[in-house]
Design a protein around this ligand. Sequence first.
Ligand SMILES: Cc1cc2nc3c(=O)[nH]c(=O)nc-3n(C[C@H](O)[C@H](O)[C@H](O)COP(=O)(O)OP(=O)(O)OC[C@H]3O[C@@H](n4cnc5c(N)ncnc54)[C@H](O)[C@@H]3O)c2cc1C
Length: 368
Amino acid sequence: MVGAGIVGLACARAAAMRGLRVVVIDRDAQANGASVRNFGFVTVTGQERGASWRRARRTCAIWQEIAPEAGIPILQRGLWLTVRRPQALPVLDAFLRTEMGEGCELLSRAQARARCARVVGENVQAVLHSDHEVRVESRQALPLIADWLVKKFGVVFQRSTTVLGVEPPLVETSRGTLHAAAVAVCPGDDLGSLFAERIARYGVTRCKLQMMRLAAPGFDMPGTLMSDLGLLRYAGYATPEAQDLQAVIAAEQPEHLRHGVHLIVAQSADGTLVVGDSHHYAPTPDPFGEECVDALILEEFAAATGCPPPPVLQRWTGTYASAAGRTMFIDAPRPDVRIAIVTSGSGASTGFAVGEEVVQELFGATSL
Ligand SMILES: Cc1cc2nc3c(=O)[nH]c(=O)nc-3n(C[C@H](O)[C@H](O)[C@H](O)COP(=O)(O)OP(=O)(O)OC[C@H]3O[C@@H](n4cnc5c(N)ncnc54)[C@H](O)[C@@H]3O)c2cc1C
């Protein structure tokens, strides 16, 4: 496996479970890409209907299977999506009528306040509650998954090693040549080092996100929180009913839409909050976080929760691969090689299923 982000680890898990001998190679000394910069929010509700939603269901089940074995705490369960506009209600009604509505409920303002009055802002009209989601601390979870793969399956990690060429049975690295029957290339948003011309066919660019950690607010969140801006960003809610909501948000929050801001608030074990995010697209996004963008995120935090945002403790940016109209792809440059890239900012939510698909493609229904 090239890449020790969540997609590379997912491929390693799927291959190791078949009894294959697995080596994971990463150029960094420890996971440092999107997989440790994210919310650790394993989102099912809101994923695009069809294959993505099914991958998310499968991936969420695998997280819950691995977590106790690998010692990964599940820090939160469920999604708590507060909406302030009447135009959001038909969107949620339409969503709940699909098969994806199973395990979800629409709470009135009064019902939501009865469960957790602290995070129901003044203008909140209703809350979509989904019980599918789990939330992990990614910066903790990624090393724990790697340790688990080593201990349980004997997977070998070669870190601080760059893969320079992939032509099975030969894999050229900055530390010499390896032999492998098959290779999964999971480079995240490194779109230029390996198989650049193949990746370019999928119209992939990169997306930069701004993230913050806020001080503990002094109460427990009822689940990972989103607001009605999320209904526009997540393809699973994309119904004709969403057009009216889009129009009203465009009129009321044009700057939020311009910077691709929506709200996710995830709570960590120490009570602090991981809050984001924004979306700016470019082949090479600049590394700078804009204060005005963070201010938009915090403004949405206050509107959705009714609480003033606690002090900011940490800020960072992250990037992921992005392709319009495509949630992921698995490409076969050769019969014994697959390139796997999640292009929709959902690798923590769909990655384990993607890993199973990659290994299925490379090795068929049964192990070698
Ligand atoms: C800020 C942010 C928030 C997000 N929030 C969520 C969320 O809450 N839920 C969710 O589901 N998704 C979320 N995502 C998306 C998710 O994190 C990504 O889809 C996922 O992490 C991608 O995983 P990956 O393994 O493909 O990439 P990465 O984590 O980037 O890993 C790729 C690895 O490949 C290595 N590599 C690349 N090329 C080579 C080479 N030639 N040789 C050696 N090593 C190489 C890199 O060093 C890197 O470690 C978020 C992303 C960001 C940036």
